[in-house]
Design a protein. Structure first.
Length: 299
C-alpha cells in the first residue's frame, strides 16, 4: 500500500498529543489507563541487519507511565491500514517480537482503519506454526469505524479535540461524515487559534482522498471560522479571484463565438491567461462591437 495523506494522518495523530492514546484505549477498548508522563517517537526502522529486507512500521512510540516503574512502560506500534494487504499483515508479528526483545518491554500493536471491512480483516489473529501446531499468535488491537465512536456534539468534541480529530478521520468514509466534520469545525473555535489552525490543517491532510476531504475544504472556505490561517484565507481569496477570471474569459470567448469572430490560438491563450479583472471587463464590453479579434486588444 502506498503512503497517502490519509494513511499518515491515522497513525501520526498518536504522536501529536500524549493524551490521544489514553483517550482511545479508555473510550474504545475500555482499558483502565495509567497517567502517561511521556510519549516519545522511536526510529521506525525495524531491520536488524542491512542485508535483511527492510521492515518499517508506521509509528513506534515509547510510552512512559506515571508510576515510575519500568514494568508499566510499554512500546506502542501504530499501523494505518486502508485496504487488506497480507504482505503487510504478516510483518506485524515481527514488529512485536523484535521490539519486545530490543527494549525488554511489553508491546501493543494498534491497527487503525477507516474501512469497516479492513478492520474486520485486521482483527484476525495471526497464527504461526506448521503441522497444525501453533507456536506464536499475534492479535492486533484494531480501531475502525465499527468501534470508534463518532463525535456528534460540539460539547463532546470540545472536551477532547484530538480524539474528535481521530474520530473524524476514522469515519471519513461513512454516511455521517458531513455532520461529524461540521461538529469538529465548530468545536475548534473553543481552543486557541494556533491549536485550532494546526488541528484543522492536520485534519485536512489526514482526510486525503476520502469523501470527507472536499467537505472539510468547503467548511474551511466558508469564512465562518476565525482560526483559518491568514495564508489559507489569502489562498481562498486568490482562488475566488482566479475562478472569477476563468468565468469571465469563458464568457468573452462564448460571446465572440456567437458573433462569428474567429479566435486564433494566441488570442485564446491571451484571454484565458488574463487575471486582471478590469482588463477582462473591458474586453467583455468590446465583444459587442468588434469585427475582428485584433480590435479586442487595441489600446
Amino acid at each position: 500500500m502506498g503512503v497517502t495523506p490519509e494513511h499518515e494522518g491515522l497513525h501520526r495523530i498518536f504522536g501529536e498529543d500524549k493524551a490521544v492514546l489514553a483517550s482511545v484505549l479508555s473510550r474504545v477498548m475500555k482499558v483502565d489507563m495509567p497517567v502517561l508522563t511521556d510519549v516519545k517517537e522511536l526510529n521506525v526502522d525495524l531491520t536488524e541487519f542491512k542485508k535483511v529486507v527492510e521492515r518499517r512500521s508506521d509509528t513506534v512510540l515509547y510510552v512512559k507511565s506515571g508510576s515510575g516503574t519500568l514494568a508499566d512502560d510499554f512500546i506502542l506500534v501504530v499501523e494505518s491500514q486502508t485496504d487488506e494487504d497480507d504482505t503487510r499483515r504478516f510483518a506485524w508479528p515481527y514488529y512485536v517480537s523484535y521490539l519486545q526483545a530490543k527494549y525488554n518491554l511489553q508491546v501493543l500493536l494498534l491497527v487503525v482503519c477507516s474501512k469497516a471491512g479492513t478492520a474486520r480483516w485486521a482483527r484476525q489473529p495471526i497464527k504461526i506454526g506448521p503441522l497444525g501446531l501453533t507456536c506464536q499468535v499475534t492479535t492486533p488491537v484494531v480501531l475502525g469505524p465499527d468501534n470508534v465512536p463518532a463525535v456528534r456534539t460540539v460539547a463532546e468534541a470540545a472536551r477532547d479535540l484530538h480524539f474528535a480529530v481521530f474520530s473524524a478521520l476514522t469515519h471519513s468514509r461513512g454516511p455521517d461524515v458531513h455532520a461529524i466534520l461540521a461538529v469538529l469545525a465548530t468545536a475548534l473555535e473553543t481552543t486557541d487559534k494556533e491549536t485550532a489552525s494546526d488541528l484543522s490543517e492536520f485534519t485536512e491532510a489526514g482526510l486525503g482522498s476520502t469523501p470527507g476531504f472536499e467537505i472539510w475544504r468547503t467548511l474551511m472556505a466558508s469564512g465562518a471560522f476565525t482560526y483559518v490561517s491568514e495564508t489559507r484565507s489569502q489562498g481562498r481569496a486568490e482562488g475566488r479571484a482566479e475562478g472569477r477570471a476563468e468565468e469571465a474569459a469563458k464568457i468573452i470567448l462564448r460571446l465572440l463565438k456567437r458573433r462569428g469572430i474567429q479566435v486564433d490560438d494566441d488570442s485564446r491563450q491571451r484571454i484565458e491567461s488574463c487575471t486582471d479583472q478590469d482588463t477582462l471587463e473591458k474586453w467583455a464590453d468590446r465583444t459587442v462591437d468588434v469585427e475582428a479579434i485584433e480590435e479586442l486588444f487595441e489600446d
